[in-house]
Ligand binder design. Structure first.
Ligand code: ADP
Length: 477
């Protein structure tokens, strides 16, 4: 049995801004089921949604900050979470990283450096809990300083750093090195320095014993300039210690047979029941109720990564095709505005809901025929897997985890029952539009469509398999 300290800035359902939170909840749960002793450490944001008992565990002081560590559990699971309570720094409500204008909190460097230093104290059991991990598993830039700081300790635990998204690196002005009181030895071009800036993510990439990312294709892509954001050289240099392990999904939360958020539950053996969810979705969002028109869904952060610009470019021509579109998302204000402007012109065909709404996300997965995910890059992606589980055919671009989890529908893949979606290559609107047209043709072929749905619903996206790969990795260090 391994003792594992799991370091993350978000964990579902305590706090979530994206897929990171899902992974940092599901993986610890799956590792616990595999008999491992795991503790999660996360900042105690005021917006953290704890359930049940939260009690004081211990206190410590870093620089002049008094810090308490509180203990709770991840709701509906035995997994213990340690909350780093430092109201002086984590006093911000709402999003853990951004203010109301969508700009990073001015003291983010200080906040997450402190979080990392507390994680190191816990990892070295300087808080006297009589619990010292074998493995410290860090996630994304917010925990990137942990492997760097631990590298300076004798008798340290082994470190794993998982990159969930290279686009977010935690870059700060050089002065931060001094204000954060970081050890001088770490400040060099092979360490935390990145073209004269302090890089949190480099702390993970340069110093962790192993680096992982969330799909095999993304592990290769980030070693190239188009995806590596200037760190491709370092990643290629560390390629012997870099692997891609595809994320699983929470198969309890996302199960069409038991989902409490949807209108009519169904399984691969009662696929015709899925239609009731389509009707309910059309009713709920005020689209004309129509069984036969293909309904496309999209749930996403509205940011460039997700190919929202390509969708916007396609929309006028999409509106000439027999289809409906429901889009749920929020993010970039420019995209929000442009989408709403277009939607006003076609109220019978397209509905844009600017919101973050978990429950509606479930109904969209269940009620749509097709799910759109034309990402420019996608480290792993979750919705294409949820979609397959719900018999909703994903249209994806061939990148990262999308390439690894969706099998394009071609004569061969239909014949050998592996086809589960539509995959297109080029990141431009023309290619997306062609993929949509190809999908609509397939939709009109009832037998082929049903076979794709069945293939998709039979796929195993559980965490169990991925957790076993992580465990093998821990054992190999
Ligand atoms: P990323 O982490 O890059 O945002 P992922 O596909 O890995 O992308 O994970 C996104 C997660 O966030 C999914 O669980 C998705 O359903 C959810 N999500 C994104 N936007 C919304 C929204 N507006 N409402 C509800 N859920 C959303």
């Amino acid at each position: 049995m391994k003792k594992i300290l799991f370091v993350s800035s978000e964990v579902y359902p305590l706090i979530k801004t994206g897929g990171l939170a899902d992974v940092c909840s599901s993986l610890p749960k799956a590792l616990t089921e595999l008999g491992q002793d795991i503790r999660i450490i996360i900042p105690n944001y005021p917006s953290l949604k704890t359930v049940g008992d939260v009690h004081f565990l211990c206190s410590l002081r870093i620089d002049n900050h008094p810090i308490n560590i509180l203990e709770t559990r991840i709701p509906d699971s035995p997994v213990v979470a340690w909350l780093v309570d430092c109201p002086e720094l984590f006093n911000t409500t709402g999003n853990p990283y951004l203010d109301e204008q969508g700009l990073p909190w001015a003291n983010n460097a200080e906040r997450f450096a402190l979080f990392c230093r507390v994680a190191v104290e816990v990892a070295m059991d300087k808080v006297n809990r009589n619990w010292k991990p074998d493995i410290v598993h860090c996630n994304d830039w917010q925990s990137g300083l942990v492997p760097a700081l631990l590298s300076m300790e004798a008798n340290r635990p082994k470190t794993v750093f998982t990159i969930h998204n290279m686009a977010y690196q935690g870059l700060f002005p050089v002065q931060s090195v001094y204000t954060l009181n970081l050890p001088g030895q770490l400040w060099n071009p092979n360490g935390l320095e990145f073209f004269g800036m302090l890089s949190f993510i480099k702390g993970g990439i340069a110093y962790a014993d192993r680096i992982t990312t969330v799909s095999p294709t993304y592990a290769l892509e980030i070693q190239s300039p188009a995806f590596g954001y200037g760190l491709e050289g370092l990643l290629a240099h560390r390629s012997n210690n870099l692997v891609g392990i595809i994320n699983g999904i929470d198969t309890h939360e996302w199960n069409p047979e038991t989902d409490p958020h949807i209108h009519q539950r169904y399984s691969v053996d009662s696929l015709s029941e899925k239609l009731h969810n389509k009707t309910e979705l059309q009713r709920r969002v005020n689209l004309p109720v129509n069984d036969s028109v293909p309904l496309l869904g999209l749930i996403s952060r509205l940011v460039e990564q997700k190919g929202i610009d390509m969708i916007i470019e396609c929309l006028p021509e999409m509106m000439t095709l027999p289809m409906q579109l429901v889009l749920l998302g929020n993010g970039d204000k420019v995209y929000e505005q442009r989408l709403q402007n277009i939607a006003r012109l076609y109220p019978d065909k397209i509905v844009i809901i600017i919101d973050y709404n978990e429950s509606l996300a479930h109904l969209i997965e269940a009620g749509s025929d097709v799910f759109l995910m034309p990402s420019r890059f996608e480290p792993c992606g979750l919705n294409q897997m949820y979609s397959q589980r719900y018999g909703t055919i994903p249209i994806v671009r061939k990148t990262g985890g999308l390439a690894d989890t969706v099998v394009d529908t071609l004569p061969e893949s239909l014949a050998n029952h592996s086809a589960t979606g539509i995959v297109f290559k080029e990141a431009h609107a023309g290619a997306l539009l062609e993929a949509i047209k190809r999908t609509l043709l397939l939709y009109s072929n009832h037998a082929a469509w049903q076979q794709m749905q069945t293939n998709a619903m039979h796929k195993d996206f559980s965490w169990h398999r991925s957790a076993e790969q992580y465990l093998a990795l821990y054992n190999s260090i």
